[in-house]
Write a protein that binds this ligand. Sequence first.
Ligand code: UDP
Length: 255
Amino acid sequence: MVKGRRLYEGKAKILYEGPEAGTVVVHFKDDATAFNGEKFDVIEGKGVLNNRISEFMFTRLREMGLNTSFIKRLNMREQLHKQVEIIPLEVIVRNIAAGSICKRLGLKEGERLPRAIVEFCYKKDELGDPLVAEEHINAFGWAEPRELDDMIHMALRTNDILSGLFAGIGIRLVDFKLEFGREYSPDGMVRTVLTDEISPDSCRLWDMKTDEKLDKDRFRRDLGGLVDAYAEVARRLGIINDSNPGGTGPKLVKG
Ligand code: UDP
């Protein structure tokens, strides 16, 4: 695969020009950061697992009819995406209280929320990605009202699909972060598409029986065993197994 020039380097991924116009190559690094970049480490193998897990998630969502930028996985660390214009918002969906909402609202970690809650954060590293209201998004024009509707609808649909998928393998989807972009088609249409990644870096995943954390909180909280936890998620999804690295599909875990 011939990559073009480097377009952008983020905390965990690098974006290159793709082989054809309108495509980008996403490269998954092993770098781990938390607390807006204050905590940093290189965790060997993380990028490879996130590449595979994110491919799996985007493929399932695409099968369910969601518009995504994902085209295909290229190799161990890279995938091909349609080039989109990033909407400068992080869309967070929460099912169970954890992380920042506990501090903000005085909730106990692990409390089930009355219903799925969608939050928006403005993507601005210098400000630490602050939580914003729809009012701010409209006033500052970060997204059109139609795009806001699309994002909420697609985020909740993603939540339903992924909650079911993870429940089937004995994992609770506590919360997750999505990013969206605008896809401009030659006929002048603009579509809202799901982009970025969906991996244990961007989700909170707890084992249903033991409540063990199988996500980036292992790094944030110095629990260790991050790669083992991500590999366990990949194994349960049927993406990797010792005898068949190609994967066999998810294995149902009976409660
Ligand atoms: N999240 C993310 N990137 C961010 C912020 C949050 O992927 O820049 C994910 C995080 O992994 C969790 C969810 O979004 O699954 C909610 O995160 P929260 O607001 O609780 O923030 P945190 O506790 O991670 O600071």
